[in-house]
Design a protein around this ligand. Structure first.
Ligand code: AHR
Length: 517
C-alpha cells in the first residue's frame, strides 16, 4: 500500500510497506530554499578536554601548534568548512567572566569549572585564543554571553572589547593585548538554557533580562552584522517559545532579535544518559535512530508557534545543541562527557542534516554538541594523537550542501522493523549547488539490509554518479587510536546503463554523490 506524505516545502515522500528497489526522482529545475551553511555549525565549550587538550595545548607544548592551538586539529577542521563555532558554553557560559581570560598568560586568573567536574579553569584559552582559533579554521564566532551570573554591563564591555576600534579605551586594551583590528562577532547568544543551568528562570524573568542584553550589548564592528539569539525551548517544552516570540512581536526600536535557540539531545532510553557508545546492539541502534528522528516533529511543534507570531519567518530557529548524549566512556571523569562515536552517530548526524534542510526556511542555524572530545564529537584526541570520528566524515561529505538549494525529491521511505522497533528504511535529500551541480545524499537506515536505488532526474539524463559512502562492518563500529580508519569513507561511482542509474548501498550507511549528466 502506497501513500503520499506532502511536506511543507513541497517535497513528496512516498511511503510503502515493500522493500523493493527504491526509485529516487529529483526535479532539478525547481530549486527551493537555501540550505544555510550554518546548519553545519559546531559548539566548543570549556568542558572536559573540549578546549584544553582538544584545541589548546599551549605554546610550549611538544604537540605541534600555532600560538598554542593544535595544528592537526586545525587542519582537520578546515576540511569541514565549519561555518561557525559557538563558545564558551553551554552551562559554562553563564559562569564565565571574560576579563579573567585576556592579557598575558601569566596574569590570567583561574576559576573553578563548577558545571563540568569541578576542575580548575586556567583561563589560558580566552577571547584572543578563541578568535585566533576561529581565524585559523576559517569560521565565524558565535559568542554566548553570561546572563545567569553576569550583568548586561559585563557583556556589553566584552563586546566593546572585542568589536570596537582603537579610538575606544576597550578597543585600545585589546590592541595592547596584541590585536589592533576589531574582531568580528557574527552571533551573540543571550544566555544559555536560562530554564536550567543558565539560571532556572521563568520565561517572563528571562524575557526581561534578554531585553536588557539585546538593548545594551552592541557590536561596534560594522564589517560584521551580528545576529542576536535568545534562549528558546528545552526540547518539546513550549513556554519559552511562546514567551520569547510573544515578547518579540511587541518589540520596540530599542531591541530586536534574529533567532531563538532550541536544545534537543538524542538520549536513547531517556535521561540520565546511560546507553553505551560502544558494544551496543542492533536494537540499541534502532532505539537511538527512532529517538533521533523525533527532531522532525519537535521542530514542527516550535515552528507552528513561531509561525503564529512571525509568519514572515524573520526569526530563525537555531538548534544550537543537538547530538547523541550517551553514557560516559568507562574510566573517564563523568563530568567530562567523553563518549565514543560509531557508525550509528554518522547515521544520526545525516538524518539531522536532512531534517534541518527540510525545515530550512526556519532552521537556519544548528550547532552539534560538541566539536572535540565531548559528546558527539568530530575529533577525539589523546595527548599527541588525534582521530576523526564517523560524525566528522559525515560533516565532510555534506560540505557540498552548504548554501546549496534544496531540490524536490520523490522517494519511497519504506518501513522496516528492527527488534520490533519501526523505522523508515531510507532518507534522502537532493540539492543544487551554487555551481549548478546536483548532489544527492542517501542514508540507508536499515541496519540489516543493503538497498538498491534507481536514481533519475526529471528532464535530465544522468550519465554517472560519483561520490563517497560511509559504511562500517557493524553499526557499533568505531575508530580508535589503534585502528583510526575502521570507519572511513570510500569512493563510489555508478554509470548509467540503458538510461538507468542504480546505486547499491550498504546497511546503515550514508552516501553523498554528485549526479553528472
Ligand atoms: O553540551 C553539554 C551541555 O548540555 C551544555 O553545557 C548545556 O547547555 C546542555 O545542557
Amino acid at each position: 500500500m502506497r501513500h503520499l506524505i506532502a511536506l511543507s516545502l513541497g517535497l513528496l515522500l512516498t511511503s510503502t510497506s515493500t522493500l523493493a528497489a527504491t526509485p529516487i526522482v529529483i526535479t532539478p529545475d525547481k530549486p527551493g530554499i537555501v540550505i544555510d551553511r550554518h546548519i553545519f555549525g559546531q559548539f566548543a565549550e570549556h568542558l572536559g578536554h573540549g578546549i584544553y587538550g582538544g584545541i589548546w595545548v599551549g605554546k610550549d607544548s611538544t604537540i605541534p601548534n600555532t600560538r598554542g592551538i593544535r595544528n592537526d586539529v586545525v587542519a582537520a577542521l578546515k576540511e569541514l568548512h565549519v561555518p561557525d563555532v559557538r563558545w564558551p558554553g553551554g552551562c559554562f557560559a553563564d559562569e564565565y567572566h571574560w576579563r579573567r581570560g585576556i592579557g598575558p598568560q601569566d596574569k590570567r586568573k583561574s576559576a573553578v569549572n563548577t558545571n563540568w567536574g569541578g576542575v580548575g579553569e586556567p583561563n589560558s584559552f580566552g577571547t584572543e585564543e578563541f578568535m585566533d582559533f576561529a581565524q585559523q579554521i576559517g569560521t565565524e564566532a558565535y559568542v554566548s554571553v553570561n546572563v545567569g551570573s553576569g550583568t548586561p554591563g559585563e557583556a556589553a564591555e566584552w563586546l566593546e572589547y572585542m568589536t570596537s576600534s582603537t579610538d575606544d579605551s576597550l578597543g585600545r586594551e585589546r590592541a595592547d593585548n596584541g590585536h589592533a583590528a576589531p574582531y568580528k562577532v557574527a552571533m551573540l547568544g543571550i544566555g544559555n538554557e536560562a530554564w536550567g543551568c543558565g539560571g532556572s528562570m521563568t520565561p517572563e524573568f528571562y524575557v526581561d533580562q534578554m531585553k536588557l542584553y539585546a538593548h545594551f550589548v552592541h557590536n561596534y564592528n560594522n564589517a560584521q552584522p551580528m545576529k542576536r539569539i535568545a534562549v528558546g525551548p528545552d526540547s518539546g517544552k513550549t513556554e519559552y517559545t511562546e514567551a520569547v516570540m510573544k515578547a518579540w512581536t511587541e518589540h520596540t526600536w530599542a531591541w530586536d532579535l534574529e533567532g531563538i535557540s532550541l536544545h534537543n539531545y538524542t538520549v536513547p532510553e531517556g535521561w540520565p544518559p546511560h546507553s553505551k557508545s560502544t558494544d551496543f546492539s542492533v536494537k540499541d541502534y534502532a532505539v537511538t535512530i527512532k529517538a533521533a528522528l523525533e527532531m522532525d516533529g519537535l521542530i514542527s511543534k516550535h515552528e507552528a508557534i513561531m509561525d503564529k507570531y512571525d509568519p514572515a519567518k524573520k526569526l530563525a530557529l537555531v538548534v544550537d545543541e543537538w547530538g547523541a548524549w550517551l553514557a560516559p566512556a568507562p574510566g573517564t571523569n563523568p563530568g567530562f562527557l567523553i563518549q565514543q562515536n560509531s557508525q550509528r552517530d554518522a547515521v544520526l548526524a545525516a538524518l539531522h542534516f536532512n531534517i534541518f534542510a527540510r525545515h530550512g526556511d526556519r532552521v537556519r542555524m544548528a550547532n552539534i554538541a560538541q566539536m572535540i572530545n565531548v559528546l558527539q564529537a568530530m575529533i577525539l584526541t589523546d595527548n599527541d594523537k588525534m582521530l576523526l570520528t564517523p560524525t566528522y566524515h559525515v560533516f565532510k561529505m555534506y560540505v557540498p550542501f552548504q548554501d546549496a538549494k534544496l531540490l524536490p525529491v520523490q522517494f519511497d521511505q519504506g518501513k522496516t522493523s528492527v527488534n520490533d522497533i519501526a523505522l523508515p528504511n531510507v532518507d534522502v535529500i537532493a540539492a543544487k549547488s551554487k555551481e549548478g551541480k546536483i548532489w544527492l545524499a542517501i542514508t540507508n537506515i536499515d541496519p540489516n539490509k543493503s538497498m538498491d536505488f534507481d536514481v533519475s532526474e526529471i528532464g535530465v539524463k544522468i550519465s554517472k554518479a560519483e561520490g563517497q559512502t560511509l559504511k562500517a562492518p557493524n553499526v557499533n563500529s568505531i575508530n580508535t587510536f589503534a585502528a583510526p580508519k575502521t570507519v572511513t569513507p570510500s569512493a563510489i561511482s555508478a554509470k548509467s546503463v540503458n538510461g538507468k542509474l542504480v546505486l547499491s548501498l550498504a546497511p546503515a550507511s550514508v552516501s553523498v554523490v554528485e549526479l553528472i549528466p
